[in-house]
Design a protein around this ligand. Structure first.
Ligand SMILES: Cc1cc2nc3c(=O)[nH]c(=O)nc-3n(C[C@H](O)[C@H](O)[C@H](O)COP(=O)(O)OP(=O)(O)OC[C@H]3O[C@@H](n4cnc5c(N)ncnc54)[C@H](O)[C@@H]3O)c2cc1C
Length: 421
């Protein structure tokens, strides 16, 4: 093999990790750059995977193990690509690495539990607070603490914080709030762009009550609500009063297939709601789940999953478009209004809580690839770029298994540039 054999992978979710590992396992050097403090992407925030309903930590741990045994994959977290120049076979990439502001490779959450400063918890979609020095989550890779500089800097001089800082020093945990980002240059033959997705912003769905009604949440929040390491330790309860949810509505296509929001189908939302209905039924066997959909889409082998969930007589499927959600001022119950498509009748029903099934929006619709020649479709998904290969949900909406297949194929395209065609 001639020339530069290094492949740069940007984004350390399922897709990026898969592409990195597939290329590394056939002998290529890989640099994996991830913006967050940990690998795993959005999958790390799921409670269970459809269709098997197993925890995603199993699949992630297999990949982390593969990474640990691959010295030819260099991982940089808190890292972002600033610029890409050059051409296939010979790229120069500038990457900015942000500090963790805390330095210790053995400390655990327990070592910093006395931290008096708390911040809103991104990992749980802001549903609770977390210590300003923390492990990103229990299974984080790398398993290193990270600190929120801004929140801690504000607490400087405060006696509780100073006492805590001293206790950290005594344990050998070094807080360095003055640490600075630095940049590095990477030479790469090809680039895999795997920066994934963000949930569609539900505050834009003004008629569907998100933000205005206390008990309207989104599907990504539902994943955290059901998770034992989530904000309620797995209790599916209402945000307004902590009451156990007995009667839950799922509103499909919340903003999807709507030319004012996301005009496309995210392909996984129906399956995610069917899956989340099982979370509720397991947590509370007396509870009912009502799914309001335009078309229930369970492509390919997922039909079997859909058929199985449908057997549950406390999961109700209504072909109906929900157009308005309000709340009862006294009880905080949510009131759904819309149209039952099959009967043509109006829907007006009250539930304990509603979950908006919002779609996946590519991060590249906001953060473009910092290189010339990259093209995007009308929704911001990457189409192509010379020597830059997009994979996973950055390319189009897909489930985890499809991401893995896609990323494996893309690794081969990246390898072809590293070999030199
Ligand atoms: C509610 C819900 C439930 C779901 N449940 C399931 C399920 O049960 N089963 C299933 O198969 N699928 C499920 N999915 C789909 C699944 O989440 C996606 O298929 C998966 O997350 C795609 O992985 P990815 O690596 O392409 O993207 P992501 O998971 O988004 O990973 C992208 C990574 O890139 C990083 N990144 C972003 N921008 C940059 C940048 N500029 N520089 C460096 N790094 C960057 C991100 O931090 C992230 O780590 C669900 C989706 C939703 C919305």
């Amino acid at each position: 093999m001639a020339g530069n054999k290094t492949i740069l992978v940007v984004g350390g979710g399922t897709s990026g990790m898969t592409a990195a590992l597939e290329a590394a396992e056939v002998g290529y050097d890989v640099v994996l750059v991830e913006r967050q403090a940990y690998l795993g992407g959005r999958v790390a925030q799921l409670f269970k995977y459809f269709p098997k309903l197993c925890p995603p930590t199993c699949g992630l741990e297999i990949n982390f193990k593969r990474l640990r045994s691959r010295p030819n994959v260099k991982v940089h977290t808190l890292a972002e690509v600033q610029n890409i120049s050059g051409s296939p076979g010979d790229f120069t990439v500038t990457v900015k690495i942000n500090p963790r502001y805390v330095d210790d490779h053995t400390a655990t959450t327990k070592d910093v539990e006395e931290c008096p400063v708390e911040i809103s918890n991104d990992f749980n979609y802001q549903m609770n607070k977390v210590k300003a020095i923390r492990l990103p989550y229990e299974m984080a890779y790398p398993m290193n603490l990270v600190a929120d500089k801004d929140a801690l800097a504000k607490a400087k001089g405060d006696s509780a914080f100073e006492a805590f800082a001293q206790s950290c020093a005594a344990k050998g945990i070094r807080l360095d709030l003055d640490a600075q980002p630095y940049t590095m240059e990477i030479k790469a033959a090809s680039i895999v762009w795997a920066t994934g997705w963000r949930p569609y912003d539900a505050t834009k769905l003004t008629k569907l009550g998100y933000g205005a009604c206390a008990n309207v949440i989104t599907n990504v929040m539902m994943e955290r609500l059901a998770a034992p390491n989530g904000p309620t330790a797995g209790q599916i309860v209402r945000p307004s009063d902590g009451k156990k949810v007995n009667n839950l509505a799922f509103v499909q296509c919340a903003g999807s297939r709507d030319r004012n929001h996301l005009p496309y189908c995210s392909s996984i939302c129906c399956l995610a709601s069917l899956k989340q209905a099982t979370y509720l039924r397991e947590f509370n066997p007396d509870a009912q789940a009502h799914i309001f959909y335009i078309d229930l889409r369970a492509h390919g082998r997922f039909e079997v999953f859909y058929e199985k969930i449908k057997q549950d007589d406390k999961i109700f499927l209504t072909k109906g478009k929900i157009v308005n959600i309000t709340e009862d001022a006294a009880t905080k119950d949510v009131i759904l209004e819309g149209e039952d498509i099959l009967s043509g009748r109006k829907i007006r029903r009250t539930f304990d809580m509603a979950v908006l099934a919002t779609g996946m929006q590519p991060n590249t619709s906001v953060d473009k690839v910092p290189a010339s020649g990259v093209t995007y479709d009308e929704f911001g998904f990457v189409v192509s770029g010379p020597g830059i290969y997009s994979t996973g949900v950055g390319r189009r909406p897909m489930d985890v298994a499809t991401c893995m297949q896609d990323a494996t194929g893309v690794a081969l395209k990246a390898i072809q540039d590293a070999v030199g065609r």
